[in-house]
Design a protein around this ligand. Structure first.
Ligand SMILES: Cc1cc2nc3c(=O)[nH]c(=O)nc-3n(C[C@H](O)[C@H](O)[C@H](O)COP(=O)(O)OP(=O)(O)OC[C@H]3O[C@@H](n4cnc5c(N)ncnc54)[C@H](O)[C@@H]3O)c2cc1C
Ligand code: FES
Length: 258
């Protein structure tokens, strides 16, 4: 069977998270439990595919998708019960560990972080802390869930630009690194390239060992399964060897943060 052939699925539900991010609950026709940090290829017949990290695996597969270009624009115009192609889960996810985990998420990095949080909480492990940064209060995803999480573990949120109703932190996510509880943790960083670069720089100033830092990398993809060679970082393929990489493996690759 052709491994790149998507299975036909349908959108069970969809809703707006922000002005440009929508969540899609998709029927899990694959029925294989994904690991936190893994991704799927979602496809629209005749148009193409996009790699998207899953956010949750309850009552279906949950994806939160930002409108970024051609395919995501079409996805945002879809309706409940519309057909969608899906294949996956692909890639290596975040380590499953008993160690304390500090999740550093920027923008649309929160959905993959959610998969780690839900996995931990479902295993009665609340040794987690979330540091989340968004452009503005309007751009925060999962607003209700963030309040639920605050009752269970430490959540700190910052926005680049506040509005009149915002009384929380203002500034980039590294501005709230002083809240990091335990530098002997695993650090999972998910977000825009520039944010990951500065987050790593700050963690290094705090003497966090390279081996304790994990980055979820993004590159343009085609096959998603290590065949086409489109998604390389140095000698690694992001789709097959990542998207989650230990920093010690990739830190010397010159184009890492481009
Ligand atoms: C492993 C992984 C997980 C991801 N998870 C998520 C997720 O959970 N949620 C989410 O919203 N997104 C996620 N993404 C990003 C998502 O896959 C992209 O936003 C999506 O593929 C964009 O497709 P598009 O057709 O809508 O946009 P495109 O039309 O491909 O355009 C996207 C952007 O790229 C630019 N662009 C277009 N062509 C090129 C080119 N040849 N070279 C460089 N730039 C170009 C465009 O100007 C635009 O800014 C993930 C990506 C990866 C690799
Ligand atoms: S997308 Fe084809 S090798 Fe990674």
């Amino acid at each position: 069977m052709n491994p790149m052939l998507p299975l036909k699925s349908k959108i069970l539900d969809l809703w707006d998270e922000t002005d440009d991010i929508k969540s899609f609950l998709i029927e899990d026709v694959i029925n294989k439990k994904p690991l936190p940090g893994q991704f799927y290829e979602l496809s629209l017949s005749g148009l193409g595919e996009v790699p998207i990290s899953f956010a949750s695996w309850e009552d279906g597969l949950l994806f939160s998708i930002k409108r970024a270009g051609k395919i995501t624009e079409y996805l945002h115009r879809m309706k409940k019960n519309d057909e969608i192609g899906i294949r996956g889960p692909y890639g290596k996810g975040f380590p499953i560990t008993d160690k304390f985990k500090v999740l550093i998420a920027g923008g649309i990095g929160l959905p993959p972080a959610r998969s780690v949080i839900e996995h931990s909480l479902s295993n009665s492990d609340n040794k987690i802390q979330l540091l989340y940064g968004a452009r503005s209060p309007r751009d925060l995803v999962y607003k209700e869930l963030l309040n639920e999480w605050k009752k269970k573990f430490d959540v700190k949120i910052t926005v680049d630009v506040a509005d009149d109703n915002w009384s929380g932190h203002v500034g980039v996510v590294t501005k709230i690194f002083n809240y990091i509880k335990n530098t002997d943790s695993f650090f999972y960083i998910i977000g825009p390239t520039i944010m990951m670069k500065f987050a790593v720089m700050e963690l290094k100033k705090m003497n966090v060992p390279d081996e304790n830092i994990f980055l979820s990398m993004e590159r343009r993809m085609k096959c998603g399964i290590g065949i086409c060679g489109h998604c390389n970082i140095g000698k690694y393929y992001v789709c097959k060897d990542g998207p989650v990489f230990n920093y010690s493996l990739i830190k010397d690759i010159p184009e890492l943060f481009f």
